[in-house]
Design a protein. Structure first.
Length: 314
């Protein structure tokens, strides 16, 4: 499978390339190259080439790979080892146990963003009287692929959402995903800047939940030459800069959301904004100073990083 000079060092070449040995080889190569979630990347690529779901890889682990499959996989692995995101290579990413179409028009959904979905679902279960009959209204600002809004609608069958993005291309991807998961009838796709499209929207001023994953990478991190602080080549080289950069302090879009989003919430409504860990203190200070917000805090994502600003409408 490997060719000299094309990949990092790999385990010894097996007598026959099977699903099991291919996964082992790819995971090792991706680990050595420093790719995120190397085993998942290997599974995504091989499932894409074979044309099966990831579970089938383990149900038929000793299946021999055909020559064309090996050749196709070799080309994709070479691109992945140059940091081209595997999710773009296969056109799909998983978020909250759901598959989403992704391409270079949108950010790749990440596990840290699942923190927002999980918190809202827990809050909804703990406070059933907050939205009688589960008739939740919510807005997802900077929706991108639509992963947050769609995941919430899939888990809240009586909910209705507005998904907002300044990018028409991103909204086209969000529409595809909403149609794929059969929630398009409960989703309004609104083009515009931050909260502006909610003006005049039927539920825009009485939302139970307003969530956002805006651009939040500070310029210093974007331009950093320090490997410990720098944005990874898989992100900087391939994902849309429009959805990533948050200005000099990383708060160019977070700041107006904290200031104005409470106007769109009903009393007790929840505001959640994904932020950079490096800006958590500054975002929390602004939320604390806003008299329209109560009990602001920053909660950690699944990896333990201070990632989401949480507050409620006072």
């Amino acid at each position: 499978m490997p060719r000299a000079g094309t990949t990092p060092s790999t385990p010894s070449v097996p007598a026959q390339w099977t699903t099991r040995s291919l996964l082992k080889w790819m995971a090792s190569a991706f680990t050595e190259k420093g790719l995120d979630s190397p085993r998942l990347c290997a599974e995504l690529l091989l499932a894409h080439v074979i044309g099966c779901d990831r579970l089938r890889l383990y149900m038929d682990a000793d299946r021999p790979a055909a020559p064309l499959e090996r050749e196709t996989l070799r080309g994709l692995v070479a691109r992945a080892l140059k940091h081209e995101p595997v999710q773009y290579l296969v056109g799909e990413a998983w978020f909250f146990s759901l598959p989403f179409h992704v391409d270079k028009r949108v950010l790749i959904p990440r596990s840290c963003t699942e923190t927002i979905v999980e918190h809202i679902l827990q809050h909804h279960r703990a406070e059933p009287g907050f939205a009688p009959g589960g008739a939740v209204t919510l807005a997802d600002i900077c929706t991108g692929s639509g992963c947050i809004a769609v995941a919430l609608l899939k888990n809240l069958p009586n909910a209705h959402a507005a998904a907002v993005d300044i990018s028409k291309d991103a909204l086209a991807v969000a529409r595809d995903n909403a149609e794929r998961h059969k929630v398009i009838d409960r989703l309004d796709l609104l083009e515009g800047d931050l909260l502006n499209p909610l003006v005049g929207h039927p539920s825009g001023q009485q939302l139970h939940y307003l969530v956002a994953n805006p651009p939040y990478i500070p310029d210093a991190e974007w331009d950093s030459a320090d490997p410990a602080k720098a944005v990874g080549p898989n992100v900087k080289g391939f994902e849309p800069e429009l959805a990533l950069r948050g200005g000099p302090d990383g708060l160019r879009f977070v700041r107006p959301l904290i200031e104005h989003a409470p106007k769109n919430l009903r009393a007790g409504g929840t505001l959640m904004i994904e932020i950079a860990a490096s800006t958590a203190d500054a975002a929390l200070a602004q939320a604390t100073a806003n008299p329209m917000l109560a009990s602001p805090s920053v909660i950690n994502d699944l990896e333990g990083h201070p990632r989401v600003l949480l507050a409620s409408k006072a």
